[in-house]
Design a protein around this ligand. Structure first.
Ligand code: DON
Length: 309
């Protein structure tokens, strides 16, 4: 792995801020979930946590924002606890090349989503987790509370309701999968868990801490192993190929790290064995990725040469 051993995180963060500052506020805040549309776009937070416990941050790194699709990585890790093969009959592992809430591909691929990081794939994972645990949302919240170190971490119920009220596309995806026999639990119940999952709020600093679960290849903050090393490696491979919607190729080119973005403007990136990085800027590009978040990660990997390539 192309990693330099003498990285000065303070210097790297200074360069990131210099590069990003003129662009803060760029992009369009997601408004298809009305509550997200109310977020001030002129914010930017960045945090890096290292596997040996150092955390560095800058800007609005302690402001809470909506996790949205970044939760999909953690629910995937939770279902992988039951043994890896368990989920893969219900969802594939290929980049979709289409929007995260696209319906047409799901229809002609017989209700099997392309990957677990687009909406239909994540709904299947939440359904599976609900079957495994009886309460998918509670399982995810408990994991994130432990890994962030914030015992109060929770869903924002206003955002969850906003998603429920405007979530017809997700309902369509879930019912289409149910029609193909790929849902285990009643659709309204699964979506209730999925919407609350997406509306969990987190800070960049907390997110960087939580991502260490993957940077440490499956070892939790308390030192216990949650998923085996191979499962962690494979989740990161899926992040690299599928984690930033249909811009995953461009992210691999620009950033060169496994990443997962969310429409709340967050991006989680992992340097396996070294760092977990959280970038947040609410303004999104046309594909739904944070403009400043992508620029920050691009800059960080250029300055530090931290990359899986
Ligand atoms: O279901 C939705 O559309 C949002 N709660 C999450 C979307 C998101 O962040 C992009 N997903 N892959």
């Amino acid at each position: 792995m192309a990693v330099s051993d003498d990285i000065d995180l303070s210097d790297a963060l200074t360069v990131v801020m210099e590069r990003v500052r003129p662009h803060i506020g760029e992009g369009k805040v997601a408004d298809y979930i009305p509550e997200l549309g109310r977020v001030d776009p002129k914010q930017f937070g960045f945090a890096v946590a290292s596997v040996d416990g150092e955390v560095r941050s800058l800007g609005d790194a302690d402001v809470r924002f909506s996790m949205q699709s970044m939760t999909k990585v953690f629910t995937l890790a939770l279902v992988n606890q039951e043994g890896e093969d368990h989920i893969w009959g219900r969802v594939n592992r290929e980049p979709s090349g289409s929007a995260f809430n696209s319906l047409y591909q799901l229809e002609f691929e017989n209700g099997i989503p392309r990957n677990p990081l687009i909406n239909p794939g994540a709904i299947v994972v939440t359904d599976e987790l609900l079957g495994d645990t009886g309460d998918a949302f509670a399982a995810l919240r408990a994991l994130l509370r432990a890994e962030t170190g914030n015992p109060e971490l929770d869903a924002d119920e206003v955002t969850a309701r906003s998603e429920l009220e405007t979530g017809d596309r997700n309902r369509a995806l879930a019912y289409l999968m149910a029609g193909f026999g790929n849902m285990r639990n009643p659709v309204p119940e699964v979506l209730d868990h999925y919407f609350r999952q997406c509306s969990i709020t987190i800070t960049a600093t907390e997110l960087a801490r939580a991502g260490l679960l993957l940077a440490r290849h499956g070892v939790r903050a308390d030192g216990t192993r949650m998923i085996d090393r191979n499962a962690a490696r494979r989740i990161m491979a899926i992040m690299l190929t599928c984690g930033t919607y249909d811009a995953a190729g461009d992210f691999a080119y620009r950033v060169g790290l496994p990443c997962k973005s969310g429409v709340g403007g967050g991006i989680l990136a992992i340097v396996p064995g070294r760092y977990s990085i959280a970038a947040w800027g609410p303004g999104l590009d046309a594909k739904g990725n944070s403009v400043t978040g992508a620029l920050a990660l691009d800059t960080f990997t250029q300055v530090t040469s931290c990359s899986v390539f």
